[in-house]
Design a protein around this ligand. Structure first.
Ligand SMILES: Cc1cn([C@H]2C[C@H](O)[C@@H](COP(=O)(O)OP(=O)(O)OP(=O)(O)O)O2)c(=O)[nH]c1=O
Length: 205
């Protein structure tokens, strides 16, 4: 798939990279590291939209002249995925087994939503500096229904190592699929990048 400008994925998530590859969307990857702490006052929407913009600003500082060899304008994709309970509580990556169990107990035999925000930033390299000249965001929500979970299921899953770096402590594309009874909405959104909306944003530029 071809777009007007070269594409950079600003992410350390192998899942996002794989989803773009699956759709033959050519891109290079720039890893990013930011503080993902949510403030008390922030709503889930404020938080997730700030995250994708902070990730874009962080990636910007790493974009050296090599990234602009083909074109002085590039498109940068950044994304953030969280789980959201009916109470509005935000589920991030579990910090330890107890933290994961607290999330899973609330998700057991229940519905939660997975939200992914995606931002496409148009970046220009002028006077040796990369600048965001335009950006667009989308927020996509998918409903996920879990089966009832027992403590031994939680313990066994934790020991696989899969939950550690996943929002809500599970991977629908992995063994976590055994806990997912139904979804309503975009599957790629749960994995970490809503493909339909990402392509729409890329086409916009
Ligand atoms: C719910 C769910 C989340 N996830 C992943 C997607 C994201 O990689 C991760 C949520 O963390 P994010 O902070 O969104 O992403 P990340 O830290 O992995 O990567 P980066 O910030 O560098 O872009 O959870 C799955 O892989 N499968 C799932 O089913």
């Amino acid at each position: 798939m071809q777009f007007l400008y070269p594409i950079i994925l600003g992410s350390t998530s192998p899942r996002r990279h794989e989803l773009l590859n699956q759709c033959q969307i050519l891109h290079t990857v720039q890893s990013i590291h930011i503080d993902e702490t949510k403030t008390e006052q922030e709503t889930p929407t404020d938080y997730i939209l700030r995250m994708v913009n902070d990730k874009a600003k962080s990636a910007l500082t790493s974009l050296t002249a090599d990234f602009f060899e083909q074109s002085n304008t590039v498109l940068l994709i950044t994304a953030d995925t969280i789980g959201v309970l009916k109470s509005g509580q935000v589920l991030q990556k579990p910090t330890n087994f107890d933290d994961a169990c607290q999330m899973w107990q609330q998700m057991s035999d229940n519905e939660h939503h997975v939200w992914t925000a995606v931002q496409v930033s148009q970046i220009q390299h002028i006077d040796n500096t990369a600048k965001i000249i335009n950006h667009q965001q989308r927020l996509v929500k998918t409903s996920v229904q879990f089966i009832p979970l027992t403590h031994s299921m939680m313990r066994d899953y934790w020991h696989t190592g899969e939950p550690h770096d996943k929002a809500g402590g599970y991977a629908i594309q992995g063994m976590g699929a055994m806990w997912v009874k139904a979804i309503n909405g975009s599957y790629s959104n749960v994995v970490g990048l809503p493909i339909v909306e990402t392509v729409e944003l890329l086409k916009h530029f």
